[in-house]
Design a protein around this ligand. Structure first.
Ligand code: SAJ
Length: 427
């Protein structure tokens, strides 16, 4: 097998670095995305997302003629699908969100037109168990002239595998090369073809399993982290009630050689850990009690933080009779979903600030060193401030993200300000 032309469908946080990685190994890469702006930006040698080192890689790949982007698929030897798999929220607060496979379906249907005998199709998007088989069924429906693994096993014309991405935003370029890769072929031949393709740049192990186990492995990794963070978040609420410093407590417990508790925070955000456990829960609701409870604990944490801020506000006003809610200034430090990035997607910090805006404080300040302007949802209700401005103007400071810039604020600057610290860095 030789894969000379590789097509990556979906040029986002995973697809674009993957495409650039193949191109850096002098493969001919065709990137496909429905977003015309993304396609034009990439073809101009630039990037539309923030990820360290990616800008140089893409520029080199495009300038060297190894990477081009397009809005419609072209023939290739291997196709990698890296499109979003969001969830659809239910009608009531208690209903379980359902996975939305529509992006995978339309990606599959669009590449079906250009598929040929001998091609390999890899689903990289994080997916509920059974999605790879479903994708193969969509392809078979569209191309009755070709055979697929579900009916022809190792003799099929087209090979299909699920190889989930597992890279950490902010470290994608290094982790794409170094991380071990799960290879879930629909047959053994499919797995071997996928290994050959990834060996182009992967230096980690390529570990073979079947497609369903590969799907579940990815969901398990993120659910495991979600459950661990929920334990830390639950401890933080218990400790608050018992007047115990949760960060000191966790440091002490982690001295035990077989205990490793994660860190509490304002909630769990991003487009992976807060989403993927639902793909397990929606398939097996009766069996996923622990995973479901963890999701609820983490989803509840932002509301707990808001209640805590409201209590601090009430205390502050009772001690300062000259102050009223309408001349109070509250500053929130951090909007991103985790430290040292600019990504605001599914961010608990952002959602907390939006909720605080409803409380009609005199002024609501937001400090976010990683953005140049506030997102549109905050533009009319909050003011973007520097660290120094916020510290000198605010009556109450709320720490929501442990960005490095906030960790280096001198302790004296925080004296005489009421503080709600959700990350334990201003103790
Ligand atoms: N968080 C805590 N406490 C902690 C660790 C994290 O509250 O101790 C919060 C973060 O602040 C953030 C959320 O959890 O809001 C998720 O952050 P993260 O750094 O744990 O993970 P992601 O979403 O950036 O990336 C995860 C990674 N998965 C695992 O570590 C198991 C990454 O390897 C995956 O590739 C990625 O999901 C994905 O794409 O699925």
């Amino acid at each position: 097998m030789s894969f000379n032309v590789i097509s990556v469908v979906g040029l986002g946080y995973i697809g674009l670095p993957t495409a650039a990685m193949f191109a850096s190994k002098k493969k001919e890469v065709i990137g496909v995305d429905v977003n015309q702006h993304a396609v034009d930006t990439i073809n101009a040698g630039k990037i539309h997302i923030v990820e360290p080192e990616l800008d140089v890689m893409v520029k080199t790949a495009v300038d060297g003629g190894f990477l081009k982007a397009s809005t419609s698929p072209e023939p290739a030897d291997a196709f990698l699908i890296a499109v979003p798999t969001p969830f659809l929220r239910g009608k009531s607060d208690n209903s379980i969100p359902e996975p939305d496979l529509s992006y995978i379906e339309s990606a599959a249907k669009s590449i079906a037109k250009v598929l040929k005998k001998g091609d390999l199709v890899i689903l990289e998007s994080t997916s509920p168990v059974g999605t790879t088989e479903q994708m193969s069924a969509w392809l078979a429906e569209a191309r009755t002239d070709l055979t697929f693994p579900q009916t022809h096993g190792d003799n099929s014309d087209v090979m299909i595998a699920h190889c989930p991405e597992r890279v950490l935003p902010g470290h994608v370029v290094r982790e794409l090369v170094e991380n071990d890769r799960i290879i879930g072929g629909m047959t053994e031949k499919c797995s071997q073809a996928a290994i050959e393709l990834y060996r182009t740049f992967v230096e980690g192990k390529c570990v073979v399993t079947n497609a369903r186990t590969a799907e579940m492995a990815k969901l398990t990794e993120n659910s495991s982290r979600d459950v661990s963070i929920a334990f830390a978040n639950e401890l933080s609420m218990i400790c608050d009630k018992l007047s115990i410093d949760v960060w000191e407590l966790i440091n002490l417990a982690n001295l035990h050689p077989r205990v490793n508790i994660l860190q509490p925070g304002p909630g769990v955000g991003g487009h992976c850990i807060a989403v993927d456990p639902w793909f397990i829960i929606s398939k097996s609701p009766s069996e996923s009690k622990l995973i479901h409870t963890a999701r609820k604990v983490n989803d509840f944490k932002p509301q707990w933080v808001i209640d805590k801020i409201e209590n601090e506000v009430a205390n502050f006003l009772s001690l300062h009779p000259a102050k009223t809610i309408t001349n109070l200034t509250v500053a929130c430090f951090g909007l991103a979903f985790k430290p040292n990035i600019d990504d605001l997607r599914e961010s608990p910090a952002l959602n907390i600030v939006k909720e605080l805006a409803e409380l009609n404080f005199g002024r609501l300040l937001a400090v976010e060193p990683n953005v140049e302007e506030l997102p549109s949802s905050l533009k009319n209700c909050a003011e973007l401030r520097s660290i120094n401005e916020a510290l000198s103007e605010a009556d109450i400071c709320v720490l929501l993200v442990d960005h490095d810039e906030f960790k280096s604020i001198e302790k004296e600057r925080l004296e005489n300000i009421i503080i709600v610290d959700t990350k334990g860095i201003w103790k």
